[in-house]
Design a protein around this ligand. Sequence first.
Ligand code: SF4
Length: 292
Amino acid sequence: MITAAAHYKDRFGHKMYKAAISLDVTCPNRDGTKGTGGCAFCSAEGSGEFASSCKLPVSVQIDEAIRRLARKVPADTGYIAYFQSFTSTYCDADYLRTKLNEAASHPKVEAISVATRPDCIPPEVLDVLSDTAKKIPLYTELGLQTCDDKVAADFGRGYETRVYDEAVKALKERGINVITHVIFGLPGEDKDMMLRSVKYAVDAGTDGLKFTCLYINRGTRYEQLYNEGKIAVLEQQEYFDIVSEALRLVPENVVIHRLTGDGAKKVLIAPMWTADKRRVVNYINRRFKDLL
Ligand code: SF4
């Protein structure tokens, strides 16, 4: 495995930070195409809690994100325009092309990352992504979460795991970098099942991985189940024990982009250990010092 920091340093020559962007999109799990309530863990903002309003031009959103980050990052930092909220490719291909071009032409943006679902990459979107990748380094982030179709159906993922395989293949054929999101702690999964998803993504050919624990967010279906005591969350040590085992399955060429997620405090109900970011970072630095 290689860390994201080492990968960015090698590829761009310096640190890279993400400037989160929202597009005016939703996702098929919300608009009735595949469901209406969203995945059972997904907050109302579809992971877009860190971005500016989707109504603002992309260049303005990037400026605002850079301003927010400026106090925390070194002066020679590069930026990745991160299309994060909902399903960023669940839109008209021309709209997507315009927005990606706007990001690519921002003077401080050196790469683009697009978060999406494997079932939302039709041929015309694949063409847009492929054209974008010819202009600027492009990462595509796929929310697999688990390779177990039954667990995925329970939280309402809305596509079968074979669709992920097809998407990875299509993206890789076009030379597009793929990052796979995996959640540890989904209801119905034991440790072996979680590790199987990591192995599955690696075998499918993912270039990178992002791990996160299951969050219980306000206003989600899991909130109710959690409050009723029907589902639980992982404790910090439990979670990082699984991460530690997962890392052993990751080959040298695969980039670890994230060991744990960044839950949005305004909607977070559990696990509360994730809210103390400084403590979590210290824990990671101590525990994984030989790897990071
Ligand atoms: S996690 Fe992604 S696919 Fe699921 S409801 Fe949220 S935005 Fe849609």
